[in-house]
Design a protein around this ligand. Sequence first.
Ligand SMILES: [Zn+2]
Length: 311
Amino acid sequence: MNRRTFLGWITTTAWAVSSFSAQAMEFKAQKVTDGVYAYIGPITDRTPENLGLNNNIGFIDTAKGWVLVDSGAGDAAAKKLEAIAKGIKDQPIVAVINIGSQDHRWLGNDYFSKQGAKIYAYAGSVKTQTAMFNQEVESLVRKVPALKGVKMKTADVVLEKASNTLNIGGVEMQLNFYGDAHFPGDSALWLPKQKVLFTGDMVYLDRMLGVHPWSNPITWNEAYQEMRKLPANFIVPGHGQVSDWKKADAETGNYLKKLVSTMTQLAEDFAGVDTAVEENRDWPEFKHLKHYDSWHKQNVNRTYLKLEASM
Ligand SMILES: [Zn+2]
């Protein structure tokens, strides 16, 4: 075949492959309890197929319409979430509540705002969103080119207090801030009547949580313990399957506790980061979590250095 035919063949094949895998990824929500649903994203990285929706998103049915807990990572992802909501019940999306500032929690705000939704967030989340927008978009678009061109849209209603009670369409909700966690200003949404807690990235299930350079594992651990007092029956984590406190403790709470207490001891002893990592390479109770091999060592490393710097 000549060069032009060959290139045409490559383009067609690439298109066929990507459209096949796009079809393979199904975007749907599961029922958590009456009036509350969740999209549970795959616990992989962001890919062109998952449109950056490798996290969980909540859907709350109210008398006024849908309230979404987080908005996905840009317009294409937001459209998928809109279709999920309308597929359950055809009513407008009246509000989006951001419970964090990582790309897939808020970069769909602009799309939903243009459809008439009011955006709510805790002030600390808005601060981080604004500061990290450019960095987040750049890294997101590298992984998911279809999300290019996303515009910054932060909350219309910025909540300043650590605990804020909202009533939207007859459903009571509490947007609570417990402390800087995976990102500064991470919050959680509590539905007291339904006993559902959307933890955002304060809880990771089925996969290892990640300590980034901007994460604070020390206040994250304290925040988790404080949030743990809520009598939740359903935990919708930031990543992983809907579960209960028992599993959240086993896969996030106990990990944070061990991470902070072990590294505090080592930092007080000036053990050095290499020793800290070497001695703690193997934590068998968490080894079943996906991404343990790529994240655990990194988490130990960053937590040790943060504690050492604070001494
Ligand atoms: Zn996340």
